[in-house]
Ligand binder design. Structure first.
Ligand code: DAT
Ligand code: MG
Length: 135
């Protein structure tokens, strides 16, 4: 395994619920390094681009509306195998499967409002870091 970077984002529900500190703390304690971070409101264009893979899904409109509904906390994290390990720390997309101890398993009960986004592959990490941080 190699040192990687990934894109993580506390979604509007997580910012609203004041979970940014807890989430940053979890990744720092695991040993990952915060490289970039900003509180921002996502434009409709950026939301549609970020979630382009879901454009044909029935929930796409709701997803774009939700992710643009308030500030998000966008981050770049670095470390050994951080792409796969951060996905494990987030927990499953389906709330019925997100284990206690994971971020979603501790804080979310619905698939739509699930607190955190994380890149799911090297390609999506590079794409999403570029979209949000321009590199
Ligand atoms: P993840 O965020 O775990 O990578 P995903 O990429 O499949 O999951 O979906 C992106 C987001 O879209 C997800 O975090 C919440 C929303 N979503 C996914 N499936 C959904 C569904 N069946 N109904 C409503 N929203 C959904
Ligand atoms: Mg995804």
């Amino acid at each position: 395994m190699a040192i990687q970077q990934t894109f993580l984002m506390v979604k509007p529900d997580g910012v609203e619920r004041q979970l940014v500190g807890d989430i940053v703390d979890r990744f720092e304690r695991r040993g990952f390094v915060l490289k970039e971070a900003k509180l921002m409101t996502i434009s409709e264009d950026l939301a549609k681009n970020h979630y382009a893979e879901h454009a044909e899904r029935p929930f796409f409109g709701e997803l774009v509306e939700f992710i643009t509904s308030g500030p998000v906390f966008a981050m770049v994290w670095e470390g050994e195998n951080v792409i796969a390990l951060s996905r494990l720390m987030m927990g499953a997309t389906n709330p019925a499967e997100s284990a206690p101890g994971t971020i979603r398993g501790d804080y979310a009960t619905t698939v739509a409002e699930n607190i955190i986004h994380g890149s799911d592959s090297l390609a999506s990490a590079e794409r999403e870091i570029g979209l949000f941080f321009g590199k």
